[in-house]
Design a protein. Structure first.
Lengths: 262, 180
């Protein structure tokens, strides 16, 4: 549902917080103008009931324009995340990001013994998050590219290194895989093994059945995680050629190093 | 095969304890994707209608269980029949439903249907050789036909006896360890 919402926004060119807020305000303004017009017509013909109804629309439009638009924009496109992502994209350059995406696409096509059309992939890079109250800097994983493949998830998502299979990979610095028998198994495991609350898990898509996370290492430092998942169970790690996966990881690390991100 | 040489494994405790089940030395309640037994102990691994767990990991485990030269025998519904049927019923293509004994309620279970070429590929990745994936359908002249079969035949514009419904799969673990 959420993925479809962002996919629809992307289709009409709304990819930033500014555009999202502006679009909501324009819609609210248009609704307010139409409602205001009909409210004045209703007053002129002394139709008080209709006038009150149109007044309600004017009030709702004003609320959306000045309050809801800001709140929704912040929730949907957190400014801090967007700023970090914009900085990363600027330093990497769009061509490099496209190249990384095409390498991921190739890696999906190279998988063996599975339905490649059900696989999605992306790259997460380690990033520092705002300091906590006790002044400690937390680290998270910022999704660098939109999902390549089946799912339409968007870039810019931040995952704490204490959460999920990518967080586990960032901590262990080893290949991590996990399989789920069904959606219930997924939900249970996310809470029991992967550091998410029940509320957070409810917001996840539960269609994935097999997941793989591979560390992006620069010398002895982890700088990011390659992430693959599919709707088919039992795919990872057996569908992957370990040598090719390592080559892909090394290539992505070289790009990040060239952009002086690491 | 003498029952003293048979170990049965099932993910369902209820299925494992059915009275009608064949006698065996040992009945194990376990997952075919993570069998809690040491490797290379069995001359054959046999599975009937393995679609709930037919995947790379379960084949890898079957390979691990077999002694070099051991044989694998499986049956599973065909993708062409099962997927066409599920699309027609507008249900999840990777799940199937069974009627319970009471005839009223249904249970939905994972069911992974793969085309024959992918089954070949998966078995090769697991390390098997001499792989055969055979098609089986209704006998010609069969008159009692499930609507689940006739509906698919109609959809595919084929005679009911020309619809492959079940694959039987045979494969061998090579004598020497394969290059993985």
């Amino acid at each position: 549902m959420k993925a479809a919402f962002y996919k629809a926004l992307k289709a009409i060119g709304i990819t930033t917080q500014r555009r999202f807020r502006l679009s909501l305000r324009l819609v609210a303004l248009a609704v307010g103008l139409v409602a205001g017009f009909w409210m004045s017509v209703s007053i002129q013909v002394l139709d008080i009931d209709s006038a009150l109804k149109w007044l309600g629309w004017v009030a709702a439009a004003a609320t959306v324009e000045f309050v809801v638009a800001d709140v929704l924009a912040e929730v949907s496109f957190p400014y801090d995340t967007e700023r970090k992502l914009a900085l990363l994209e600027k330093r990497l350059g769009r061509t490099v990001i496209k190249t990384i995406a095409s390498r991921l696409e190739q890696a999906i096509q190279d998988l063996r013994g599975c339905d490649a059309s059900l696989v999605s992939a992306t790259v997460h890079v380690i990033t520092d998050l705002n300091a906590t109250a006790d002044q400690r800097v937390r680290y998270g994983l910022l999704q660098l590219t939109e999902y390549v493949g089946r799912e339409g998830g968007r870039k810019g998502r931040i995952t704490l290194t204490t959460q999920g299979i990518i967080g586990r990979c960032a901590r262990t610095r080893k290949l991590e895989t996990v399989d789920f028998a069904d959606a219930d198994d997924y939900r249970e495991s996310m809470v029991r093994d992967f550091g998410f609350s029940r509320e957070e898990t409810e917001r996840h898509s539960t269609l994935g059945r097999s997941y793989l996370a591979f560390p992006l290492m620069h010398s002895d430092r982890i700088v990011g995680v390659l992430y693959f998942f599919t709707r088919e169970p039992q795919v990872f790690p057996l569908a992957v050629d370990p040598r090719r996966l390592k080559e892909l990881a090394d290539e992505v690390v070289r790009y990040l190093a060239l952009a002086e991100l690491i | 095969v003498h029952p003293q040489r048979v170990v049965q494994l099932d993910y369902s405790e209820v299925m494992l304890n059915l009275k009608e089940r064949e006698p065996a030395l040992l009945k194990m309640h376990a997952d075919a994707c993570a069998i809690p037994l040491a490797a290379e102990q069995f001359g054959a691994v046999v599975g009937f209608l393995v679609d709930p767990f037919l995947g790379l990991q379960s084949l890898h485990e079957a390979f691990r269980m077999l002694v070099p030269g051991g044989r694998l025998f499986l049956t599973t519904p065909t993708a062409i029949w099962g997927t066409t049927l599920r699309r027609g019923l507008v249900i999840d293509e990777r799940a199937t439903r069974f009627k319970k004994v009471d005839g009223e309620s249904k249970v939905v279970l994972p069911s992974l249907l793969h085309p024959p070429e992918r089954i070949h590929e998966m078995l090769a990745i697991a390390g098997f050789i001499e792989v055969e994936v055979l098609d089986h359908g209704l006998a010609t002249g069969e008159t009692t036909i499930s609507p689940d079969i006739s509906a698919v035949a109609k959809e595919l514009k084929r005679d009911v006896s020309a619809i492959p419904i079940i694959h039987s799969i045979r494969a061998t673990r090579p004598q020497a360890a394969p290059e993985r």
